[in-house]
Write a protein that binds this ligand. Sequence first.
Ligand SMILES: [Ca+2]
Ligand SMILES: [Ca+2]
Length: 439
Amino acid sequence: MQRKLAIAAALLLVAFAGTSALGGTYYVATNGSDSNPGSSTQPWLTLQHAVDTIANGDTILVKPGTYNGCRIRYTAAAGSPKTLAAETAGTVLINAPGALAYRPSCIEVIHDDHGYTPVDYWVIDGFEVTSSPKWGIDAILANHLTVTNNVAHNNGSLGMYTGIHLAFGDYMLVENNTSYSNTEHGLYCNNGADYGIARNNTLYSNGSMGFHMNGDSEQEGSDGIMTDWLVEKNKSYNNTTNGFDGDGVEYTTWKNNLTYGNVSKSLHLFVLNGEVNPRYLRIVNNTFINKTGSYYVLNFYLNKKTSKLPGGNDNKIFNNILYHYETTNTMRGSIMGVSTWMSTWESDYNLVVDRFAVNDNKTKYTLAQWRSTYGLDLNSTLCLDLTQAVVDAANDDYHLKATGPAVNAGTTLTDVTDDIEGTSRPQGTAYDIGCYEYH
Ligand SMILES: [Ca+2]
Ligand SMILES: [Ca+2]
């Protein structure tokens, strides 16, 4: 009987999916009219009319051209998303907020100016978003939001604002976007948002971080903790502060990511606005390259105020390239830890320079001292010349050299099944270190 019930439930799901697949498709074009029916031959004119009009399961396709943005204010439903998409990715430029903008940002997903009412299950796909006074794409309490295939650049003329800013919502998917030269961050997910995925985004030359994650307990409605994110296959480079960070983040994985050329750290884990110190994190198979003048590659930070918060425990650091160009400077290095947290950590099979520290550089170690003091990185590989490990560091090609020290020098990780380019792991005799598997 139980099996029959399960089959019936499965059939219901199929029927439901079939219904949503039959949702209507509507069009917007620069020569359209909002009094048209929204068909391909009689399209609408404005994005705002389109997003206000469609029903659950419907899709809006925007024809090539330049448009003002919109405020998405009505929710969709599980199994019946509403989609706002460029008919052809890269041919639709949105370079100003819409008439109903609150924030103002080019594409807003927010019900009202309080943001207390969720606007869920939307898909935003394929737009070039630029020249916003504040944020480019900007969502406040949009659960199950998908933001994909967009390019956000040169946004934030009124101050420090982010290309793609997604606050409060759980289960968000941010995939295949490029965000560059915005006045603040490339990608910013915050206000306690949980269960998100940031995958295959390219984030560069932003005024602050590539990807900023912030629990942000100061915002009403936020629990101050970012729980259970997957951050994978992203590239974050040449940003003005850090490549990645996490403020109040737990149970989160960074894997197969690449950083280089960022001004401060590759990955910074701390509490400023969050409510939990970094705990239960997996930092695996990343290539993190820190340039001259930057701080530690992987940096954990605890201060007097945040020492009253829970966390800091059970972090795992495997198979990463943690390279710093200043291999002899005692103020920079591969990992900055926190001494009171590290008895619960595991760190090994990384490619490192000969410098580690704890407690914001109060105590510094060589690799040998780090091993004997904490028992970490016993099988890690010392590398004082990156050109031995990667193909062409001077031109930012961090694929591995066949004969380099990172090839087949990692450990088997069952949650890392491929590399940043989709090459299955392992190739050869063992896992490689870093985001690229040599093949
Ligand atoms: Ca949360
Ligand atoms: Ca290998």
